[in-house]
Design a protein around this ligand. Structure first.
Ligand SMILES: Cc1cc2nc3c(=O)[nH]c(=O)nc-3n(C[C@H](O)[C@H](O)[C@H](O)COP(=O)(O)O)c2cc1C
Length: 441
């Protein structure tokens, strides 16, 4: 079979555009209503998407009065979605900085059973500085420390998921034997940050481990992804940087002795789709007219670890000197590089930059007719920029519905995307092998 495209639906608020929650085409349901998520997951499943994904931040924004930044917690939400879907993969974000590894391993092993092998874990170190105020109050950890901690964390959780052999549970009622002798073992991890005895108290899930998804793009983030990630989300503002990122990550994974086919690169794509290009641009303008530059200014400040941008006028062209050096930012470093790179290239005013960021927070935004969106997807897919896309519809559910009805059939006609699922598990949708059940010695 020819190489197939992968599609993940990133569910975020009532859509990825900052003003989506106010747009007439957005869902009338509350963001706390499970029916909203059920509807989206079912629609994505009907279109044969590989997966849906929920992000997670660990603090309410300080602009909650004018921007919804809170919705349901991902793990519990995905558990609910497990019961109303049967094939689509379900990916939840969970933080290595603020979750005990035993809890996380147990929840994801449970989810893998509950979903019958459809769960993925978006591994994040939590860049948001204000999250630390909700967890012990010791202040935010630096970028390097977060990734070092995450590295040890991965050893612990992998050990826990592997602490049960695949066939450990014999459940032999007649003989009175539940688990095979020696098939469940402690891990006895004693590292600088974690001491975990194990074994896990949940048997190994159908996929062995959840599919590992990761989204850090800094130098350290890429090295981490090359070692652990099986799918990588990334924010790229243009095809050229997406190609560089793609080539770099495949190379780094190969240098770790991994097959490049076992690490999928899925850039974010936020398409405003109209029946004509002119209509798509009209919808874009409507969305931009609804957004508030002061909400955007606060969000920009958060990206740069709380840096104060309040003195910058909205209508003067920006220069890189208006921003802190991305290399010194302790928050989401790669996103700050994307933003400063755009400023260096295009010298937008702050208003223009905020307008662009309002689209999808620094991910690739485009507006066009279905044919144009399909062309773009095919071009990136065939030209070494993507193995698929993290679809970020600007307005939900409207732009997902249009994508499924108008773009997906074009992708199928071009032989790029499945018409039905061939496997049951997320690993199968993504073409990933199952990890060996290597019990610790
Ligand atoms: C598509 C996408 C989704 C992300 N979701 C989350 C999330 O839910 N929670 C979070 O704390 N960080 C999230 N991140 C941020 C990354 O995990 C990472 O912290 C960020 O990209 C900065 O990484 P870096 O410092 O290695 O550049 C996301 C990033 C991308 C591109």
């Amino acid at each position: 079979m020819t190489r197939q495209l992968h599609l993940n639906l990133f569910i975020h608020g009532r859509g990825h555009h900052e003003a989506a929650w106010r747009h007439p085409a957005a869902s009338p349901l509350a963001l706390t209503d499970i029916d909203y998520y059920t509807d989206l997951a079912r629609k994505a499943e009907a279109a044969c998407f590989d997966s849906v994904f929920l992000a997670d931040t660990l603090a309410a924004g300080d602009d909650i009065a004018s921007a919804p930044r809170t919705w349901l917690e991902p793990i519990t939400t995905l558990a609910a979605l497990a019961g109303v879907t049967s094939r689509i993969g379900l990916i939840a974000t969970c933080s290595t900085t603020y979750t005990e590894p035993f809890n996380l391993a147990r929840q994801f092993a449970s989810l893998d059973h509950i979903t019958r092998g459809r769960v993925g874990w978006n591994i994040v170190t939590t860049w948001l500085a204000t999250a630390s105020g909700n967890f012990g109050g010791q202040g935010p950890l630096g970028h390097a420390e977060r990734y070092e901690r995450a590295e040890e964390y991965m050893r612990v959780v992998k050990g826990l998921w592997d602490s049960w052999a695949d066939d450990a549970v014999v459940d032999d009622r007649a003989a009175g034997r539940y688990a095979a002798a020696g098939a469940v073992r402690p891990i006895n991890h004693a590292g600088p940050r974690y001491q975990v005895t194990g074994p896990l108290n949940v048997p190994r899930g159908p996929q062995g481990r959840p599919v590992f998804v990761q989204a850090g793009s800094s130098e350290t983030g890429r090295q981490f992804a090359a070692r652990h990630a099986e799918a990588v989300f990334t924010a790229q503002m243009e095809k050229a940087t997406a190609k560089d990122f793609y080539a770099d990550l495949k190379r780094l994974a190969a240098a770790q002795g991994r097959s490049p086919s076992q690490i999928l690169i899925l850039p974010g794509l936020s398409p405003v789709i109209g029946s004509t290009e002119a209509e798509a641009h009209r919808i874009s303008r409507e969305l931009n007219d609804l957004s508030d530059p002061e909400v955007g200014r606060k969000r920009l400040s958060g990206r740069f670890g709380g840096h104060d941008f309040s003195h910058l006028p909205l209508d003067r062209p920006l220069s890189p000197e208006d921003f802190p050096d991305p290399a010194l930012v302790e928050a989401a470093r790669s996103r700050t590089e994307v933003i400063v790179g755009l400023v260096r290239r295009e010298k937008p005013t702050l208003r223009q930059l905020l307008g662009y960021m309002a689209g999808a927070r620094g991910h690739f935004v485009t507006a066009g007719a279905p044919e144009q969106i399909a062309d773009l997807i095919e071009d990136w897919f065939h030209d070494g920029a993507a193995d698929g896309f993290n679809l970020m519809p600007p307005v939900l559910p409207a732009m997902l519905e249009i994508f499924a009805a108008e773009v997906v059939p074009l992708l199928r006609r071009r032989g790029l995307f499945r018409s039905e699922y061939t496997g049951m598990m997320l690993r199968e949708h993504y073409g990933l092998s199952r990890p060996d059940a290597a019990l610790p010695q």
